[in-house]
Ligand binder design. Structure first.
Ligand SMILES: [Mg+2]
Ligand SMILES: [Zn+2]
Length: 191
């Protein structure tokens, strides 16, 4: 029997769980923020599905392969598990309209802020998007939250610090907080 959850926390990867390093093309470059293990473990214990949702257009652009991304996620999972935390699913979009890899160079339904990756989690875990949360360091992560009818939290790590002052018209975060640990606390306070 597959595990199901009432709701999920959709976590952006780069700049939110791990240091933003531009295009992460080698798994060895993964560096978790010091609070990421604790922040994710807290969400695990609260009974939320923790789902990574990441735009990885570097694959369509030919900078790296699916294999690099999969090994990066395996390495992250290993680092998290040492602290008793885990991510229930690692979803990413490999597409980009300006890509050079023919089968990936297109508009798709899974590049955030499109909701394709969230819909995958709905199918896999039966989560209710409207009762779920999205955490990320860019406004497109908040836009995803708006699209699914959930709540969006902007973190000030990664691009977040500069993004905070460049809010697109009509888009509002439910919370702007310093980092993923603060985001987890905010979420726990609203369950
Ligand atoms: Mg990011
Ligand atoms: Zn896609």
């Amino acid at each position: 029997m597959k595990k199901t959850f009432d709701r999920a926390v959709f976590l952006d990867r780069d700049g939110t769980i791990i240091e933003e390093v531009g295009y992460l093309d080698r798994p060895e470059r993964v560096e978790l923020f010091p609070w990421s293990v604790d922040a994710i473990r807290v969400l695990n214990r609260a009974g939320l599905a923790v789902v990574l949702v990441s735009n990885q257009s570097g694959i369509a652009r030919g900078f790296f392969t699916h294999d690099v991304v999969d090994r990066t996620h395996a390495r992250m999972e290993e680092m998290l598990s040492q602290g008793g935390a885990h991510i229930d699913a690692y979803y990413y979009c490999p597409h980009h309209p300006d890509g050079v890899v023919p089968e990936l160079a297109r508009v798709c339904g899974c590049r955030k802020p499109a909701r394709g990756l969230v819909d995958r989690a709905v199918e896999e875990f039966r989560v209710d998007p409207a009762r779920s949360f999205v955490v990320g360091d860019r406004w497109l992560d908040v836009a995803l939250a708006t699209t699914i009818g959930g709540r969006g939290i902007l973190v000030r790590t990664g691009y977040g610090e500069t993004q905070e002052h460049r809010r697109p018209d009509g888009l509002q975060a439910d919370a702007v907080v310093d980092n993923l640990m603060a985001a987890s606390s905010w979420i726990l306070g609203r369950l």
